[in-house]
Structure formats: structure tokens, C-alpha cells
Ligand binder design. Sequence first.
Ligand code: PXG
Length: 459
Amino acid sequence: MTYQNYSLKQLQQIDAAHHLHPFTDHQELREAGSRIITHANGPFIYDSEGAEILDGMAGLWCVNIGYGRDELAEAAYAQMKELPYYNSFFKCSTPTPVLLSKKLAEIAPKHVNQVFYGSSGSEANDTALRLVRHYWVLEGKPEKNRIISRKMAYHGSTVAGTSLGGMDGMHKQLGGAVPNIVHVMMPYAYELALPGESDHDFGLRAARAVEDAILEAGADKVAAFIGEPVMGAGGVKIPPASYWPEVQRICRKYDVLLMLDEVITGYGRTGEWFAAQTLGIEPDTITTAKALTSGYQPLSALLVGDRIASTLVEKGGEFNHGYTYSGHPVACAVALKNLEIIEREGLVDRVRNDTGPYFAKALQERIAGHDLVGEVRSIGLMGAIEIVKDKATRERFLPAGSAAVIVRDHAIAHGMMLRATGDTMILSPPLIWTRDTIDMACDRISKALDLAQADLRKR
Ligand code: PXG
């Protein structure tokens, strides 16, 4: 690889001079220099200094089958040689998106049988927003246009993704969101439940915030509700079991479409192919990306339920939307091979029956008791650790978010990559993790917590 002719220092200098990174303070980045990851294998990533780091985030919630899979490289190579690109506009198609669509219809919930491709989760959510609004126009109800989302939701970084999302910092820089999107409370019991309120009751109350928003606008003005089954970037916020069935009931009652954003939860993370199956709900659209290719190629698939798809066909007329790379043949070839590997290795079942429960138990038994930890929670192979100053009162360290960064930096220094969002540590490892890998992760996280505690005491 050409980078091997450059020293770490040189790469960092060039990076600072020319490369604008996502979600980054570029002044800070220039002072610190970036961490340069040069290669990876299985569950480990390696930086340019040769440090081996256990990747607790599967890249960015995506490398579900782990690194170093020759089969995916071979699938891409073979497809590039045969047909690197052709479009799927103008009544054309290529074989790999055709076959991938069939596969996705097989593994998706029964009532979901159509797929619209893009290259990222953000693009897929743009498609979803356009599609549900188009659906209601076709149904003769163009005024049924409002979309209800939630505070702290993350639905991507395009204008539509940011507008759908509920991140204040992103909205502040947007200078004008897509109109007619509103945000209601998130289902996060740890911070929002009232004193004495059970998780169950809190879940129902959070769902009723959706109903209130529908009633406020009038049901004839509301197109859809969008939500992540488990809020990912917002801090692995797992709603109480009462939440989603109630949201679904409310959506049905008022004839509001349900859009599920499974960009993080799709393809096995919660122990089923899709969280919709884990939760037993029937969304009208399912946004997926990331682990569809285990991150080896950029690809997203908006899975579309029969209700919307049949209206598109019955009413006809062009849906004026699409991307050059919709159904990219190479990305789809890689996705097909990725899904084949997930199936062959039984990774979804393994998460459901073995590693998921073991991960939950390990977090409870080995992490939850630490003085710095207010709560641990997980679903499948997706977990969170809340960092607090006082376990009993749930008081946080100030300034907000500063303690989690200390934990994270110690973790990385001790060979454990995890992510800090606010005061929440996040884990979303590759599905190839075994019980041994989970033990190794807990060893390293415990160590990082101890070191962080010593630092925080000194402050
Ligand atoms: N929806 C959800 C639920 C996501 O998590 C997107 C949409 C957008 O996908 P693309 O492919 O356009 O990035 C995401 C992406 C983080 C982090 O810091 C999370 C995401 C992306 C970048 C950073 O946790 N999720």
C-alpha cells in the first residue's frame, strides 16, 4: 500500500492540511493529530504504531462479520471485473441487486417485500421521507404530510436526515430544516422516568407523547412516525418493553405509517435479522445500511412494506427520486456474500442464544458494580454503560461528557475501542465476538474505569 512510504507524522500532517473529518472540531484535531488505523483482522484493528485494539464498535456499528474477510474482497473483485457499474434507472437492472432484493425479502418481516437502494443510511432516510409523503399524495391525502420523530434521534447527516433527527447541535447549524417534522420525548427511563414511575408506565407515557403529537396536528395531517428501535448514536437507549407495541397501536389507530430506522439494529445486532422481529412490530418502512455489507462497501437498503409498495404499483406515476448508485452491482455483490456468511456462521442465532445473553450477564456482573457506573443495559450485542459521579443520586460529573471521555481514552490506551456519547459509553461489537472476547472486553473496560476513577478523584 502506498501509505507505507509515509511516516505516521507525515500522514497526520497531510491529514490536517487537507482532510475535513465528519463531526470534528478541526482546531482540536490539528492540535492532537488523528489516530491512523492502518489494518484490521477479525475483531482487532491496528494503528500505525502497531497497537492492537479490540474494536468494541464494529467500526461505526457496521463491521458485523469482523475484518479481514477475503470472501468479500473476492466478491467485489469478481463483480468489478464482470460489471463494475450499470444503473438501475430507465427500466434497467443488473443481477446482483435483483438477487439481493430477493434475499432481503426472505429475511425481512413477512409483509416487507420491496427494496430501494442507496449508498448510506442518510440517503435511505431521504428516500423514506420522500416515499411516505409520496404515498399519501397517491392516496389522495396530500395534507397528511407531517412526520413525528423524537428528540436525540439520529437519522443521518443530510438535510433530510438532520431534519428527521433530534440532535440540537445539528439543527442549530442547519439554517432551516425540512418543513413539518416535529420531535417528541425519547423513551429513556433512566433520565426521564418520574420518581416512583415503573419502566412499564414510563414506556406507555413516552408512547403517548406520540399520540399527543398526532392529536395536536390532527390525524389527517400526520403521515408517519419515525424511530430507531433502540436509539444508537443518542446513547443506546433501550425503550421499556411497553413502548413499541403501544406506539404501533397508536399509529394504527390514527392511520399513521410506522418508519423504523434500523441502520444500526439491522442484520443481526439484536439477535434477529431485524429489530422489528425482536420487538414484534410491523413497520411500513425499514431503513438499513451499515451491516448490510458489514461496512465493506457503502450500501443502504430501504425495505418497503406491502402497503406502500402496492399503492406505488396500483396508482402508478413516476416516483421522482433515485441515486446514481442505487443498486450498485459491486456493493450488492458484497452484501450478498456478507449475508451468506452471517447465515453460514449462524451469527444471528449466536447473538440471540449465546453471546447476547452472555454479554448482558457480563456487563451486569463485571461492570455494573463499579463506583463510576450508574447503569448498564444491553440488547443483543449492543450495550451502554452510564458514567456517574454518584450511583445513588445519578448525579453526573461536570462538565457534561468529560468523564466518559476519560474512560474512553484509558480504554483505547489499554487496547479497547469504545465510544463515548455524552456520559454514556457505548459498545456495538462485531457479531463474531465469542464469550472469550466479551471477557477480554470486560477486563479492559474494568481497567479503564479504575484508571478513570483515580483521575477523577484527583480533579
Ligand atoms: N440512521 C441511524 C439510526 C444511524 O445510526 C444513519 C441513519 C445515517 O447513516 P449514514 O450511513 O448516512 O451515516 C445512522 C448513522 C455515532 C455515529 O457517532 C452513528 C452513525 C453515523 C456516524 C456516527 O454513533 N449512524
